[in-house]
Design a protein around this ligand. Structure first.
Ligand SMILES: Cc1ncc(COP(=O)(O)O)c(C=O)c1O
Length: 451
């Protein structure tokens, strides 16, 4: 894991860089310099002045996409979430204040819950969507607090940082956690998973569909098939924070029991919501616990009636929702569903293939080495020997492109992450992907690598 923010060389290299750059690199702890500039993402008003300050610093930043937009000029955010937002999604947030029980908002919220069913491809009226305030992490709390009782066994399949964190969350609520980890850049084997399931009764098994720290995609369809064969009572729960609306997903057809996600990745809406979907049998497990759920807020018994009411267009209250975030999510879902979802998945696949070929042609290796394990949402890219993320990222930023630093403890400093999802992937007119690939090639060359 990087902890170079304390290194004097790096600190001076970072001086004068926009705060957003440092903050957008999750492995670099930000320490504000006395005269640090503000984030160009901090607010529309401050962004314009921040942007011109940054322009003065670097002289040749290429802000934003080629498309005209009301958004203040900013470097193109191509980290694996949050991603660039579509103008309509952002516009729908500037909605006048609404009571959370006002008929118009009840209609929007109810519709958004129903749209979630379509996004995850479920037609089962007894499966249950939940949209609650918080972030992706609250989805883990929902699973850990409601579907497992203290002392019960949970099998966690991990392909990186986020799988490990899901395991930590389950442990926090008292589950007895067994982890099966893939090698860095790879996945656990199905033989090993089947063996573990046959040796012990697990209440749940969890997998991260795309682990954002490694760019590894996990084959959920085969996982469910394996679980159904060996241990059909075990609930299969997926973390889809970095996969929903980019990877293939069929909740009912595959037989998943739970999926937790968040708006700020391929869904393309601002962070601030926890979005989840549970099968009828998972909801029954949550509602028939022997002991009360150990969370007041992340409590499915409290939220299920609220969600049912909103979907039935009845006002309801447990805790105030954020109408503006729900409006943005509603717009994002409608954009996703405006065309067949297969088309969107195919477009992300094409873009991902293009990125992976281009980085390979530049002489770079991908963390997920085998194509079958490579996510279409992002690419985690090993840097050439002698070049660290902290050398490359400022050079990319100077060209108006933001990638993320590494987030995996074992390989942290040696790689960077390129998120290619949402509008940056589906809207060619923006030119974001070509801009990023050109910036990457030029920056590597500036670092002394012949790309
Ligand atoms: C795969 C995955 N799961 C969970 C999370 C946690 O989501 P949040 O940061 O919105 O709480 C993230 C965040 O990046 C993620 O990538």
């Amino acid at each position: 894991m990087l902890s170079h923010a304390t290194r004097p060389g790096l600190r001076s290299a970072m001086r004068g860089l926009p705060r957003s750059f440092v903050e957008d690199c999750p492995s670099i702890a930000y320490r504000p310099a006395p005269s640090s500039v503000m984030s160009p993402h901090s607010s529309a008003a401050s962004s314009i002045s921040s942007a011109s300050r940054i322009n003065n610093l670097s002289g040749h930043l290429q802000f934003t996409s080629k498309m005209s937009s009301f958004q203040a000029p900013h470097a193109t955010l191509l980290i694996p979430g949050p991603i660039e937002f579509d103008d309509e999604v952002l516009r729908s947030m500037s909605h006048y204040s609404q009571a959370h029980v006002a008929p118009a908002f009840v209609e929007t919220f109810g519709e958004t819950l129903s749209l979630l069913r379509q996004v995850v491809r479920s037609t089962d009226p007894n499966a249950q969507p939940y949209i609650i305030n918080g972030s992706g992490t609250i989805g883990w709390d929902l699973v850990a607090a409601n579907l497992v009782e203290a002392g019960e066994d949970a099998l966690i399949l991990t392909t990186g940082f986020f799988g490990d964190r899901f395991a930590d969350c389950l442990t926090q609520y008292g589950a007895k956690v067994t982890k099966i980890a893939g090698e860095v850049g790879s996945v656990p084997s199905f033989d090993e998973i089947a063996k573990a399931l046959s040796e012990k009764k697990y209440k749940i098994i969890t997998a991260t569909h795309v682990d954002t720290s490694t760019g590894v995609v996990f084959d959920l369809k085969t996982l469910v098939e394996t679980v159904k064969k060996v241990s059909p009572e075990t609930l299969v729960i997926a973390d889809g924070v970095c996969s929903v609306a980019v990877e293939e997903l069929a909740f009912d057809e595959w037989g998943l029991d739970g999926l937790v996600t968040a708006p700020q990745k391929a869904i393309g809406a601002p962070a601030g919501l926890s979005i989840s979907f549970f099968s009828e049998r998972a909801v029954k497990v949550a509602h028939s616990r022997k002991t009360p759920a150990a969370s007041y807020f992340a409590n499915m018994e409290r939220w299920t009636p609220i969600m049912k009411n909103y979907e039935a267009r009845k006002p309801s209250y447990f805790s105030t929702p954020g109408p503006q975030l729900v409006h943005a999510l509603n717009t994002a879902f409608k954009q996703i569903l405006a065309r067949p979802i297969e088309e969107r998945i195919q477009k992300h696949t094409q873009v991902s293939d293009k990125v992976k070929k281009a980085v390979t042609d530049m002489g770079l290796k991908i963390v997920a080495s085998e194509p079958k394990n490579q996510s279409h949402a992002m690419t985690a890219i090993y840097l050439p020997d002698g070049i660290a993320a902290t050398d490359l990222l400022p050079k990319l930023l100077a060209k108006g492109v933001i990638f993320a630093a590494g987030l995996h403890a074992t390989i942290g400093a040696k790689y960077v992450r390129f998120g290619h999802m949402g509008v940056s992937a589906v809207n060619d007119e923006r030119g974001d992907i070509d801009k990023a690939l050109n910036a990457l090639k030029a920056s590597l060359e500036e670092c002394g690598h012949k790309a």
